[in-house]
Design a protein around this ligand. Structure first.
Ligand SMILES: Nc1ncnc2c1ncn2[C@@H]1O[C@H](COP(=O)(O)OP(=O)(O)O)[C@@H](O)[C@H]1O
Ligand SMILES: [Mg+2]
Length: 261
């Protein structure tokens, strides 16, 4: 019975896609059956797979979502093969229109993704949803479908304010659509401890977590150009640079997530 984890932050460029890919790969290396869901019309996760696979006819997340919106209660999902022994459901740009058309669905517009993923729970141990950096109905659908949310945060002058805003958002999802949604943890990404901002940001975020009683993962992901180069190669950091500090960090993050149960 899969645990469904949304990887979400309304900000872009904080490491959501990189974390979905590498946490997914880490869990797969630990012997878990993993499905990644690209729920971002920018489709960065799908683009990683396209680096090594032939452009072929695919069924995209938007196709399944439209089927549910038209009344299909049990769409038959054909997953694609990703890298590192992972399966995935790809996204295309049509997902942007899907987000807009959701608005006019009279009832159940928040539960469309949940309807698609629930039947897949038996086939996987972990389903990770790579969310879009937006506040429209796509992340609402992702958080409604999920058991927990993992929040990647990049240290900057606004990180602590950003966390307060995300927590308010999660609180409203709990209140309206998914009372069982928990917080998997806040993951500090792209951290450069050589800078004053990096060092003070790390401390501020841990203090913020303590104050709000939200888990901040012990593991942080260090800044590294190797992580940037990885995506264009279409593989995870474990395949691209297995001995590097980013691979090591995602290995430790995987252990923390496995300990969370
Ligand atoms: N640990 C890291 N160090 C340096 N650059 C990183 C790291 N993780 C991700 N990046 C780069 O930062 C950018 C944003 O990351 P991404 O995972 O796409 O964020 P998001 O999905 O939140 O928009 C990408 O260019 C990615 O390659
Ligand atoms: Mg992304």
């Amino acid at each position: 019975m899969a645990k469904i984890i949304a990887i979400a932050n309304e900000k872009g460029g904080v490491g959501k896609t990189t974390t979905a890919l590498n946490l997914g790969a880490g869990l797969a290396k630990a012997g878990k059956r993993v499905l990644l869901v690209d729920a971002d019309p920018q489709r960065s996760l799908t683009a990683v797979a396209l680096a090594h696979e032939e452009q072929q006819e695919k069924i995209y997340l938007s196709d399944y979502m439209h089927a549910v919106m038209l009344g299909d209660r049990n769409p038959c999902v054909t997953v694609q093969k990703y890298t590192d022994g992972i399966d995935y459901i790809p996204a295309n740009k049509e997902l942007r229109n899907t987000a807009l058309s959701l608005v006019s669905v009279p009832t159940g517009r928040e539960c469309v993704l949940k309807t698609i993923l629930e039947p897949l729970r038996d086939s996987y141990d972990y389903i990770l949803i790579d969310c879009s950096p937006s506040l429209d109905l796509l992340p609402v659908n992702a958080l409604t479908a999920s058991d927990s949310v993992l929040i990647p945060v990049k240290v900057d002058a606004m990180s602590v304010e950003g966390i307060t805003s995300i927590l308010e958002y999660i609180q409203s999802i709990r209140a309206y659509y998914n009372p069982r949604l928990t917080i998997e943890g806040i993951l500090i990404t792209m951290l450069d401890l050589r800078t004053v901002l990096g060092r003070s940001g790390l401390q501020d975020l841990h203090e913020c977590g303590d104050e709000l009683q939200i888990r901040v993962f012990d593991t942080y992901i260090p800044y590294s150009v190797r992580a940037q180069e990885m995506a264009s190669k279409g593989v995870s950091i474990f395949a691209f640079n297995p001995k590097g500090k980013v691979a090591d960090a995602y290995r430790r993050l995987t252990e923390e997530v496995l300990r969370n149960g």
